[in-house]
Design a binder for this molecule. Sequence first.
Ligand SMILES: [Zn+2]
Length: 451
Amino acid sequence: MRSLAWRLMVACALALAGGVAVSRPVSAQESTHVKTMPSPPPAPPPAAEVSSVSPAVQPPAPSMGPVVADGVSLTGDHTQTRLALDLAGPVEYQVFRLKTPDRVVIDISNVEFTMPPAAGRNGRGLVQAFRFGAFAPGKARVVIETAGLVRVEATRLIRDGARGRHRLELDLVPSRSADLSESEVAAARESAARLQLGDAAPVPPPPGPPPSPQARRAPVIVIDPGHGGVDTGAQGTAGVEKDIVLAVGRALERALNATGRYRVVMTRTGDAFVPLERRIRISRENEAQLFISLHADSLEARELAHIIRGATIYTLSQSASDERARQLADKENAADILAGAHIATDAVQDEVKSILFDLMARETAGLSLNFRHLAAKRMRGNIQFSRDPQRSANFLVLRQAETPAVLIELGYISHTEDEKQMLSPEWQRKVAGAITTAIDDFFAASGKIFR
Ligand SMILES: [Zn+2]
């Protein structure tokens, strides 16, 4: 059941289609009517467009697949900034703010972005930067990082020319108050609850037919390509972290499947947002015997970006091996927060606190270190390593009591040469091959596989 806030937003959005500003309250009856009629009423188009809009042209029905968002622009300055999203059709949307850090979120139903992720990197006026992408099934999200406190002055969905094209506009103005309105709090809560519902969805088993008794004994390896969807991760000049780590993840999946010795489970197989806690659950519920999280690092400092490069393999530790490792863990742990999807990780926290966890985790930690060492040995010579390639830090996704887990930063996307290599399918296959050999070493040593 959608909340009133959502319905009001949808109703307002549709009432505003055609550029007609409406500020009157919307009755429950009207919003129910709007809810069952996702296409906007035939409002008069903007003056400039009157002659070009044919009455025969209807916006695409929702059943025709996702609406494409193919352009975005920022205009204005520090007194008022407008973000405009170009859409191939009408959409349902909801706007709310989130605190710590200050963000404005636009949740949009059934939309697919085709702009490059870098489109949101450079801000203007009150917008520092923004991210966009898939967020939950059938739902996409734009997360706007703002420069200081802002208020959403207006949102409108405007019919924009023929062929059902629309433009979603959002006007931001400075605000002195950090307080969220009741409807914003409700909207944020509803959004978190919806995500949690998705998060609680059953963890899918490995693909393919049910394993034979022999295959069931095969070690389960969970491959965890970091980030995804609205959470793009680090951005380079030609690529983004979420795409690179998915490509390497899939190459590793293929290499492991080719051995016939393992059952491979991916935490994501496409450009989807997966909260950190769900990644851990996928590992736990599949009783993974090894968890490998894949990432790519990035340096903000330009003076170091062309110097620092290479891969690093991390294991979990309460205190980081060095300051840089601590900063990196903070950054990776903030993935959910940046996506506007931070949910209290009570389950993980409780598990972390328990004595049983400590006992199991100590043994698991030894195995993780063991795998880190083997992976470093096999990857060295195949790819460029950082100066100190075996490090540790407090990564949330590695907090697993029963599963040896490592997080591999494949290289620095901020380094031109590293980025070029990471984008090369040949390099991706080479890394996947080296990690596969390390996995063979790991399980052969414990007698779990025979080569
Ligand atoms: Zn990352």
